[in-house]
Ligand binder design. Structure first.
Ligand code: UDX
Length: 432
């Protein structure tokens, strides 16, 4: 099929590349001419395992093209996906101006029937507004349908998530559009859930909020574990082995971050408020998430007494492993909290250092070129992101490198017994 994807950011680029990989012809449209040039030349603006090979292979085969022209994309495709940013506003609600602008742009060049698909994460009822806007701005009076098709990609495993989805959600009110959408996803051989547009939009916010709720739930349990001497990992194994609950997303730590959970939960709260049904449970999810970081810092303060002028190593800057994404990262917040209190921080991250420097996120911290270099002379080490690389550091060398063998593991990455066996004082989250 011929597909157009407007917006070559995270979602748009991964979706475009994977659609091309299964045999569709894809035109990706982006208004950033430099990005388009880079992608045409085989460059990838984000780090995502497996993406570069897929983009290169499909550009070479001619199935994946990049352009700055919306008209070219809309003219040459049966289906037009909108995958532009939906950033948060100060009150938690979503800034839908990029979506509105793209809807007007599509309307300006729409000459014959197209399915317009909203792939960006948007609040319920956005599809109705997109349809109204296209109708109002399309002088040709062309026929079209709007569909909601949310994505459930996790950063760091977006390619396998897209190639092997648990489910595909298609929200639409027209059989013609739904039939075309089914054909797009046929090669993926995944269960397809067809709903109305509003339900599909809600599924995305409700799914992310539920996952965040699971994390805050186990973090609240971790607090009780700390107060009672129980072990949160054993509790998580015990409750997670109930198939109705599941073990995934029951890992306690210093809280969730990233470009999705914090934003989507705030947006779900905001739209629920607007609809007159305040979602107070999710406000508690947010509160627990903030508490985890505060409690962790309190633990560090208690052990080190004064943070001013203390030499502290931090392993991890990204919001989770296997990504270079440092936006809304709890690790970044922890580093800045330590800097604010006058500590001397040396950080290391396998993939996130370049972007942390580019966006000036941890100004004042030094960067090291390896985990051991970061730990050199440190009076404490903080594990802020659970990169596998950190678990394979030689603990004897680490102890020799540090001034004081003290580890605060904010992600419960290391094995407490093993670490203590090397003579470290080791504190983690909710583990006795
Ligand atoms: C999430 C959703 O998983 C995905 O379906 C959606 O499309 C986008 O948002 P992502 O933001 O890439 O994906 O990261 P995810 O792996 O879900 O982790 C989010 C945050 O939760 C990370 O900061 C992670 O460290 C934290 N987390 C996750 C925990 O603290 N504990 C857990 O058990 C799981």
């Amino acid at each position: 099929m011929k597909l157009c994807i407007i917006g070559s950011g995270y979602v748009g680029l991964v979706s475009g590349a994977c659609f091309a990989e299964v045999g569709h012809h894809v035109i990706c449209v982006d208004n950033d001419a430099r990005k388009v040039e880079m992608l045409r030349a085989g460059g990838i603006p984000i780090y995502e395992p497996g993406l570069e090979e897929i983009v290169k292979r499909n550009v070479a085969s001619g199935r994946l093209e990049f352009t700055t022209s919306t008209e070219e994309g809309v003219d040459g495709s049966e289906i037009v996906f909108i995958a532009v940013p939906t950033p948060p506003q100060a009150d938690g609600s979503v800034d839908l101006s990029y979506i509105e602008k793209v809807a007007r742009e599509i309307a300006g060049v729409l000459k014959e029937y197209r399915v317009i698909v909203d792939k960006s994460t948007v609040p319920v009822k956005t599809g109705e507004k997109v349809a109204d806007t296209i109708r109002r701005y399309n002088k040709a009076g062309a026929d079209f349908d709007v569909v909601s098709n949310p994505e459930f990609l996790r950063e760091g495993c977006a390619v396998p998530d897209l190639m092997n989805p648990d489910r595909v959600v298609i929200g639409g009110n027209s059989e013609r559009a739904i039939a075309l959408m089914r054909r797009v996803y046929e090669p993926f051989m995944a269960p397809v859930i067809v709903t109305d547009i509003n339900s599909a939009e809600l599924i995305k916010h409700a799914a992310n909020s539920f996952l965040a709720l699971k994390i805050s739930y186990i973090n609240a349990v971790a607090q009780v574990c700390e107060a009672s001497g129980a072990d949160v990992e054993k509790v998580a194994d015990g409750i997670g082995s109930d198939k109705r609950i599941g073990r995934n997303f029951l890992n306690a730590g210093i809280g969730y971050g990233g470009s999705c959970f914090p934003k989507d939960i705030a947006a779900f709260i905001a739209i629920s408020d607007q609809l007159g049904v305040p979602f107070n449970l999710l406000k508690e999810v947010q509160r627990i998430n903030r508490t985890q970081r505060d409690r962790f810092l309190a633990k560090i303060r208690e052990a080190l007494w004064v943070l001013k002028d203390k030499k502290i190593a931090v392993w991890g800057i990204t919001f989770k492993p296997d990504t270079d994404d440092v936006r809304t990262s709890v690790a970044v917040d922890v580093i800045n909290d330590l800097l604010k209190e006058g500590a001397h921080v040396t950080a290391y991250d396998p993939k996130g250092m370049e972007k942390a420097v580019e966006f000036k996120l941890i100004d004042g911290a030094k960067l090291a070129s390896s985990p051991l270099e970061a730990a050199q002379g440190a009076e404490a080490l903080i594990v802020a992101t659970e990169w596998k690389e950190f678990d394979s550091v030689d603990l004897a060398e680490l102890k020799a490198a540090m001034h004081t063998p003290l580890i605060f593991d904010g992600r419960n990455l290391l094995d407490p017994e093993r670490v203590r066996g090397f003579g470290f004082t080791y504190l983690s989250v909710g583990r006795s």
